[in-house]
Design a protein. Structure first.
Length: 295
């Protein structure tokens, strides 16, 4: 009887030892599984932002606009130097016209971002200023250039700004007074199916006259928005833009790639629509004017 009890105790001990070893084995497997699941490959990192974050909103006084039913095109010049203002531009979910300088570090990237956001893209073609000491962009069209060189410059510039629907002049107070030169520019633009917007940087511009002769879709700036770079001053120009649109049925305002300009537009675009105006790209306001034949 004593030997029988001793055998029973031995078997019980062996069973307990087996259970303990098996439990430890399972526990180890479980811990290894957890370690694998929690390893670095399971970490999800956010995708990098394609552009910088928008700047902090600037405080602006309320904007009071006259009511009207006119069409308004807002053009923003001088894009391509930086991506800083792209988030503010893409946040304006209304059709603006973005004028991009060629051959800059970010020309093509800004053009693609603007088009993807529903804005119209045009080439901001550098042209000769009256002041010989004025800063000059690379690839500026000069009045003394032969026809072939002007066309080559336009071709390279348009290649640098994909999806351009039209052209407007950057500077050009001397170039836009030269009928022969502007004839070359506008004929080439027409050949490519583009329109021309005269930024009207001089009262002596002959662009409208040449456009009638060439019969190209054409428009003229009505007002500059940000010659004075302050929120209230730009707001005042937006009010004047609305008045011009109400009076004439349409108006074109030109601003620039500037923080305060985009901040005013963030406020002004919905205010203009609420007042009854329609925001359109410049292409909607261009027309072909025909020269009257003399008898």
């Amino acid at each position: 009887m004593r030997n029988r009890n001793r055998l029973l105790y031995s078997l019980t001990g062996l069973a307990l030892l087996f259970i303990l070893i098996f439990s430890l084995h399972l526990s180890g497997r479980s811990r290894r599984g957890l370690a694998i699941r929690s390893g670095p490959t399971a970490v999800t990192r956010p995708a990098p932002m394609p552009f910088p974050q928008p700047a902090v909103h600037l405080p602006l006084p309320p904007l009071s606009l006259p009511r009207g039913k006119g069409k308004i095109a807002i053009v923003l010049d001088d894009w391509g130097y930086t991506l800083k203002q792209v988030p503010a531009l893409t946040a304006l979910h209304r059709p603006l016209t973005v004028s991009v300088l060629p051959n800059l570090a970010h020309s093509a990237e800004v053009a693609r971002a603007a088009q993807a956001s529903g804005h119209e893209v045009i080439l901001h073609m550098p042209m000769e200023a009256m002041d010989p000491n004025a800063p000059r962009e690379a690839g500026t069209i000069l009045t003394r250039m032969p026809r072939r060189e002007v066309i080559d410059l336009m071709s390279r510039s348009l290649s640098a700004v994909p999806s351009a629907r039209g052209i407007n002049n950057h500077q050009g107070s001397k170039a836009t007074t030269d009928a022969a030169l502007m004839g070359i520019v506008l004929q080439e633009a027409k050949r490519r199916g583009l329109y021309f917007l005269d930024s009207v940087v001089t009262k002596q511009s002959v662009c409208a006259e040449v456009a009638r002769r060439v019969r190209i879709p054409f428009a003229r700036r009505s007002i500059f928005l940000d010659n004075e770079l302050s929120g209230p001053a730009i707001q005042k120009q937006v009010v004047e833009l609305a008045r011009l649109a109400a009076r004439h049925g349409q108006a074109i305002g030109i601003g620039h790639d500037r923080t305060v300009t985009l901040e005013v537009l963030r406020q002004a675009v919905p205010a203009l629509e609420k007042a009854g105006y329609t925001l359109v790209p410049v292409s909607h306001l261009t027309e072909v004017q025909h020269s009257q034949e003399r008898k």
